[in-house]
Design a protein around this ligand. Structure first.
Ligand SMILES: O=C(O)C1=C[C@@H](OP(=O)(O)O)[C@@H](O)[C@H](O)C1
Ligand SMILES: C=C(OP(=O)(O)O)C(=O)O
Length: 451
């Protein structure tokens, strides 16, 4: 299901420095996967620190529809009693995945090799996004698909009696495509292999190993990865602790760097090497950014990220860094707006097929607030501020990251910045407003406070 349809405009204003130590909610990628693998295991999986956002709650609902029992106790601990691999039941109704690309693509992978029918849909954003990237390998495995032209939602799939294991080279760097194929391979007899020429986040592989799947990860000579899963084994339930989401941490981190006088620490942030591209880039831009208390928990590296207001400088962000910061480019563009000089982001064409066309949405939002930029087919170039900025209203296009990005801009701009719908933030970061209030940031419903 999607968030309430009434738009909720929010306005951010500059004011006091941001100060404090905060914790952002659990990682979205790991939260989806914990519920899904729990649903495929036999027995009880527990999940602490689950991200309780709309996208992840849609995965909980979907896995219930496929037969898992999923509950939350009063302390926020989630339990998943798995239906077991191969034993998914046919959902009785359409699965509405709201805004969640990861959720629907991975769920189609899981369902696609079970001999059941399932129909998926989503909100006005999700129905525009490409699903062929997941349906193509599923068709190779024997899944039947009935879809609108262009392989978009709503669509129905029916898995074959005996799925064919495949070897699949992912045509675009996408952890979602890789994961959908690996999850489909779990219920196919024999070995399913995914070749990814450019490595992407590896949470599926790590968690599959943790749940006892037979999985092997090899590296090829060109820096790519070859991942093989052996299907039709049994998954063992696990106790999963979800680390804090680096893609959410990006917002207080960038805000702390651009609001004068700020010092902000974000605690317990996931530092998986496939997720730290933004931190690397900010350091290259001259950010006063320190990572402390680095430790390993549940097979993942975590740490505390401390930033102080810094004078940033423009840099060129190489294309091969894109997968490790794909969701962070919008907020990087805001950091770039406050930098001296120009920041050029290369190889960012995947941004066009996210919740919105993020290249267009970021460029429009920057221009509405007086910042010069140019977007190309696969590039975004942002010129650091040359005069007063802010004062614009930004269209979010049902995209949570666009909403949060421009509220962060408003916290450091010369004039207030309004986003037309802050309600979409609930898809990934339901505590966003509370967290910024804790840091001393001024974000409120538009019209609540005299401008
Ligand atoms: O696998 C995942 O959990 C995700 C992969 C990325 O998408 P792509 O695989 O489409 O790049 C990312 O944008 C998304 O927010 C989460
Ligand atoms: C792209 C994103 O998510 P999804 O693809 O899961 O909708 C995101 O969270 O920025």
């Amino acid at each position: 299901m999607s968030h309430s349809t009434a738009a909720r405009p929010l306005t951010a204003r500059s004011g006091a420095a941001l100060k404090g130590r905060v914790t952002v909610p659990g990682d979205k990628s790991i939260s989806h996967r914990a519920l899904m693998l729990g649903a495929l295991a036999i027995g009880r999986t527990t999940v602490s620190g689950l991200l309780e956002s709309e996208d992840v709650l849609n995965t909980a609902a979907a896995m219930r529809a496929f037969g898992a029992r999923i509950q939350r106790d009063a302390n926020g601990l989630w339990t998943v009693d798995g239906a077991g691999l191969g034993s998914l039941v046919e959902p009785e109704t359409v699965i509405d995945y709201g805004n969640a690309g990861t959720g629907v693509r991975l769920a189609m992978g899981i369902a696609g090799t079970h001999p059941i029918a399932a129909t998926f849909t989503g909100d006005a954003s999700l129905v525009k996004r490409p699903m062929g990237r997941v349906l193509e390998p599923l068709r190779m495995m024997g899944t039947r698909v009935i879809s609108r032209s262009g392989d978009r939602l709503p669509l129905s799939i029916h898995g074959p009696g005996t799925p064919a294991p495949i070897s699949y080279r992912v045509p675009v760097p996408s952890a979602q495509v890789k994961s959908a194929v690996l999850l489909a391979g779990l219920n196919a007899p024999g070995q399913t292999t995914v070749i990814e020429p450019i490595p992407t986040r590896d949470h599926t592989e790590r968690m599959l190993a943790g749940f006892g799947a037979t999985i092997q990860v090899d590296h090829d000579d060109n820096g790519g990865r070859v991942i093989t899963v052996t299907g039709q084994g049994e998954l063992q339930p696990q106790d999963v602790t979800v680390p804090a989401d680096p893609s959410s941490a990006a917002f207080p981190i960038v805000a702390g760097l651009i609001v004068p006088g700020s010092e902000v620490t974000v605690a317990d942030v996931l530092l998986n090497e496939h997720r730290t591209g933004l931190l690397t880039t900010l350091q290259e831009m001259g950010a006063d950014l320190e990572i402390t208390n680095i430790r390993e928990t549940g097979g993942e590296r975590l740490g505390d990220v401390r930033v102080r207001h810094s004078q940033l400088r423009g840099v060129e962000v190489p294309a091969d860094r894109a997968p490790s910061m794909i969701d962070e480019y919008p907020v990087l563009a805001v950091a770039a707006a406050f930098a001296h000089g120009t920041t050029t982001m290369l190889g960012v064409e995947e941004l066009k097929v996210k919740e919105s066309d993020r290249l267009a949405a970021v460029a429009a939002g920057l221009r509405a607030n007086g910042i010069e930029c140019e977007e190309g087919e696969s590039t975004l170039r942002v010129h650091g501020r040359k005069g007063p900025i802010g004062g614009g209203t930004v269209t979010t296009h049902l995209d949570h990251r666009i909403a949060m990005t421009f509220l962060v801009l408003g916290l450091a701009a010369d004039r207030p910045v309004t986003v037309d719908d802050g309600g979409v933030i609930a898809t990934s970061f339901p505590t966003f407003e509370a967290l910024f209030a804790e840091l001393g940031g001024d974000i409120s419903e538009t019209g609540e406070q005299a401008a």
